[in-house]
Design a protein around this ligand. Structure first.
Ligand code: DQA
Length: 142
């Protein structure tokens, strides 16, 4: 069974109440439920986590080496400037998929750049929580 680690970064614990016009009303728990139903269909063994701390994201990526086959990551605002998370993904050599609920390219200019995308297989953005379902399917087909 393919193992997939799904990492959610800062402020994503606030989904459902945070900027609903941008991120919708679905909570992270709702997304986690949808993801686990889809993972069963796709026969993927998943772990879904959230942390507000950059170092913890990096630790989880390091620990994933040799244990997970695919990393799905929504790094939140770290997307736009964390070279440390980018280096961690590159270092562990795990196929990574970047996900964003919002379309980062239709928002403020500072969100248009992802320093994470170049070390990922691909990026999915703009489809809300469904982006995680798309990413799981991409993971299953890698
Ligand atoms: C986000 C987009 C980021 O720019 C923002 O900082 C987030 C959420 C998204 O999922 O749309 O926290 O990653």
């Amino acid at each position: 069974m393919k193992k997939v680690l799904i990492v959610n970064g800062p402020n994503l614990n606030l989904l459902g109440t945070r900027e609903k016009d941008v991120y919708g009303t679905e909570t992270l728990e709702d997304i986690a439920k949808r993801v686990s139903i889809e993972a069963e269909k796709l026969r993927l063994d998943i772990r879904f986590i959230q942390t507000n701390h950059e170092g913890e994201i990096i630790d989880k990526i390091h620990e994933a080496k040799g244990k997970f086959d695919v990393l799905i990551i929504n790094p939140g605002a770290y997307t736009h400037y964390s070279i440390a998370i980018r280096d961690a993904i590159k270092a562990v050599e795990i196929a990574a998929i970047e996900v964003h609920l919002s379309n980062i390219y239709s928002r403020e200019e500072f969100r248009h750049q992802s320093v994470i995308a170049p070390v990922c297989k691909g990026q999915i953005c703009g489809f809300g929580g469904y982006g995680y379902i798309l990413a799981l399917n991409a993971a299953a087909n890698l």
